[in-house]
Design a binder for this molecule. Structure first.
Ligand SMILES: NC(=O)c1ccc[n+]([C@@H]2O[C@H](COP(=O)([O-])OP(=O)(O)OC[C@H]3O[C@@H](n4cnc5c(N)ncnc54)[C@H](OP(=O)(O)O)[C@@H]3O)[C@@H](O)[C@H]2O)c1
Length: 270
């Protein structure tokens, strides 16, 4: 399927590794000019080099911007740098590092603040900074906002209290935005990863194993067994969906929250 992404410009936040990186790569493979970001310049440079190697389609390009999505001034700079480099912006993929694990009893006031700083504020600020450019994308087929969230918005994940409690605010934000931005031709959707094989999930398994008789590998094996498809996801499997949502084949789809989870959310509307 030709996705019509050639020459489009995408900003993928927090994308030197893991899910963000996979989304950037999927878009670049389809000919999109992609801006990737992260806090560590050396990781970013490596990711850009690897993405360049898979960009076979004419029109694709990759540009790196170092910054922290929890810092408001970095978010502004990131969006401005994307437009300065490629002239316009069509697609915004919001992403970040994710909140710390913990049960309610473990969490201090500053943990809650940090939870908001890592879940809600980056999305809100990225969207606010990008809207003027995404409005202008109407003449090129319409802007897209795609938020990488978590299945915690549909089914609480034990031990991830901050994610369970705070990420649903992103869904409320996105649904309201989808209504307000529809007249401007901007489509807003959320993707909810289940368990994907990234550094972040390995860190969570290590933290879950701490204080138990299990190794992180055993925790990972148990987690995989609980997934109906019997394995963790490959980040590229999320990237494919994000590229589709960003494409001109997804033109009547907005305000939706889609799980990519190997079937682990057990609900009729999971
Ligand atoms: N993996 C999963 O199964 C899964 C499931 C549900 C939800 N999620 C969520 O999806 C998001 C991405 O997870 P992942 O598994 O892809 O993580 P990852 O493999 O650890 O990658 C995180 C990426 O984000 C960047 N990053 C982290 N904090 C940042 C910040 N404050 N500002 C800018 N860039 C930042 C990292 O680069 P630097 O460290 O250099 O900044 C890296 O490029 C997280 O919010 C996570 O909670 C993941």
């Amino acid at each position: 399927m030709e996705l019509g992404l050639t020459g489009k410009v995408a900003l993928v936040a927090a994308s030197s590794k893991g899910l963000g990186r996979a989304c950037a790569e999927a878009l670049a493979r389809e000919g999109t000019k992609v801006v990737i970001s992260g806090r560590r310049p050396e990781e970013l440079a490596r990711a850009a080099q690897e993405i360049r190697q898979v960009m076979s389609v004419h029109g694709a390009d990759v540009h790196t911007v170092t910054g922290d999505v929890t810092h408001p001034e970095d978010v502004q700079r990131l969006v401005r740098a994307a437009v300065a480099r490629f002239g316009h912006l069509d697609i915004l993929v919001t992403n970040g590092g994710g909140p710390s694990p913990g049960k309610f009893a473990d969490l201090s006031e500053s943990d809650w603040q940090m939870g908001l700083d890592t879940t809600l504020w980056p999305v809100l600020r990225l969207v606010r900074a990008a809207i003027p450019y995404l409005v202008a994308a109407k003449e090129r087929g319409g802007g897209r906002i795609i938020n990488i969230v978590s299945t915690s918005v549909k089914q609480p994940i034990p031990g991830l209290f901050l994610s369970n409690a705070l990420r649903p605010a992103v869904i409320g934000l996105a649904k309201s935005l989808s209504l307000e931005l529809a007249p401007d031709g901007i489509l807003v959707n959320n993707v909810c990863p289940g368990s994907f094989d990234t550094d972040r999930i390995q860190q969570l398994y290590t933290s879950r194993a701490a204080g138990t008789a299990l190794t992180p590998e055993q925790v990972a094996a148990e987690a995989a067994k609980a997934i109906p498809l019997g394995r963790l996801g490959d980040p590229r499997e999320l990237g494919h969906l994000v590229a589709f949502l960003a494409s001109d084949k997804a033109t009547y789809l907005t305000g939706q929250t889609i799980s990519v989870d190997g079937g682990i959310v057990n609900g009729l509307f999971g």
